[in-house]
Design a protein around this ligand. Structure first.
Ligand code: AMP
Ligand code: GLY
Length: 427
């Protein structure tokens, strides 16, 4: 059996490790992959957004199954292209991927089917958008670009001048191109954020263990938003009672709504939730595994990931295919100094072997390359040091033992991953 994994970050590394755990003999290609992934899979230099190139690779290497994980190729219809070429593929088709690639689509879906989310209005004219914000006159105001924007399309404006600047940036300067031609302006929700990834084949939905991301770059949730600086699983705030409520009010209704709209979702559907005083509400959907959520969720999976992915693709998913370890997992991201702004690449990384020798630690590579036997930094987020433990406190202590072993010039990481969860306080 030969599998092609599309992408090249820590998330893909975690998926590949889990696939191998269930099937040590599985042949895995990863395109484009990265330095660290090359130790676990054959990396092929095809860009993740090159749909034709990826189909050609699948044909050339006669793969049996394709797993498309990043948001851009999903939005470009890579799964549709693979299926048309006769390949079984994990991931939503282009129509279903709109749940992430268009915030307007997602918000309208939630409104139509009564799925709890923040109240909102849609605008394609910056002057009307600003008028609306002035009239409502309630801050923070949440402004979201309709399309994909590298995780930077959400701006929380604290006053009118910040709102005006945000609209200028997204709609007039088109910082993210066409993604900013329309914006959603929505109510600010407060509460604890929790992420729930799920497997679904469009008819059955199987939530994974919950997780909690840490999006700001610095300790105490200071500094700009990033793709995620660390994660823990499970989230202690996501109780069994809340999980039941989410299943009834959010997960099942979303899956059914997508089918009713003629675009059933198959793949990994990610629910970004906020636990408000009025109950759980959806902040965002992603059409894919989260990064670095995957690096804490998959280590806790007891089940055959390949079988689950194939069942999602073929419409034969069963709830008992996935079970979850009674344990906790934590992941600390080591990033290049300067990220999420500009940063340098090509710094030599040391201590990788030493970190991996700590029991329970797994080092996932996000942005590395291998040259002359050495690993060099090659991205903003460089490594994810992940550890499992009986308790969250143990998992965190072990992950930070691993973190301490690794050095590279201008390395940056957060020291407080999981602290709010440990204290049971997310104020
Ligand atoms: P997103 O890129 O959609 O995940 O949004 C980035 C972050 O903005 C989220 O993780 C939240 O912290 C915050 N956010 C988005 N929408 C809202 C909202 N309606 N109310 C409060 N915070 C929000
Ligand atoms: N860590 C958040 C995401 O993958 O969107």
């Amino acid at each position: 059996m030969k599998v092609l994994v599309v992408g090249g970050g820590g998330r893909e590394h975690a998926i590949i490790r889990k696939l191998k755990e269930g099937h040590p003999d599985l042949e895995i290609l990863c395109a484009p992959g990265n330095g660290g992934i090359s130790a676990d899979a054959e990396c092929v230099a095809v860009s993740a957004v090159d749909v034709e190139g990826m189909v050609a690779l699948a044909k050339d290497r006669q793969v049996d199954f394709v797993c498309v994980t990043p948001d851009d190729p999903l939005a470009l219809g890579m799964v549709d292209a693979m299926k048309s070429a006769g390949f079984a593929a994990f991931g939503p088709d282009q129509a279903a991927a709109r749940i992430e690639s268009s915030k307007v689509f997602a918000k309208n879906l939630m409104k139509k089917y009564g799925i709890p989310t923040a109240g909102y209005e849609v605008f394609d004219d910056p002057a009307k958008a600003l008028d609306h914000i002035r009239t409502v006159n309630r801050y923070p105001a949440v402004i979201k670009a309709d399309g994909l924007a590298l995780g930077k399309g959400v701006i929380i404006a604290m006053n009118e001048s910040e709102a005006e600047a945000a609209l200028q940036h997204l709609m007039v300067d088109r910082a993210f191109g066409e993604s900013g031609s329309r914006v959603v302006i929505e109510e600010f929700l407060s509460g604890t954020e929790v992420s729930v990834l799920s497997f679904t084949d469009g008819k059955t939905i199987v939530p994974m263990v919950s997780s909690m991301d840490h999006k700001r770059v610095n300790d105490n949730d200071e500094g700009p938003n990033t793709g995620g600086m660390g994660t823990i699983a499970p989230s202690p705030f996501y109780t069994a009672e809340i999980a039941d409520r989410c299943m009834k009010e959010i997960f099942l209704p979303t899956m059914k709504a997508m089918a009713a709209e003629g675009c059933p979702f198959s793949g990994c559907l990610y629910f970004g939730l906020i636990l408000t005083a009025d109950g759980p509400k959806v902040i965002e959907y992603n059409s894919r595994f989260g990064d670095p959520e995957t690096q804490v969720v998959l280590p806790l999976l007891e089940g055959d990931l390949l079988a689950i992915m194939r069942a999602c693709a073929s419409g034969s998913l069963k709830p008992d295919m996935a079970a979850w370890k009674e344990a906790a997992c934590a992941c600390v991201i080591e990033a290049s100094g300067g990220y999420p702004g500009s940063y340098e690449k090509g710094k030599v990384i040391s201590g990788l072997d030493e970190a991996g020798q700590h029991e329970g630690v797994t080092v996932y590579h996000s942005g590395t390359k291998k040259e002359n036997g050495k690993y060099l930094t090659n991205g903003g987020r460089v490594l994810g040091i992940s550890a499992t433990g009986k308790t969250l406190a143990q998992a965190l202590a072990t992950a930070y033992e691993g973190v301490k072993e690794i050095t590279f010039d201008r390395m940056h990481f957060r020291h407080d991953i999981g602290q709010k969860a440990l204290k049971g306080n997310n104020a």
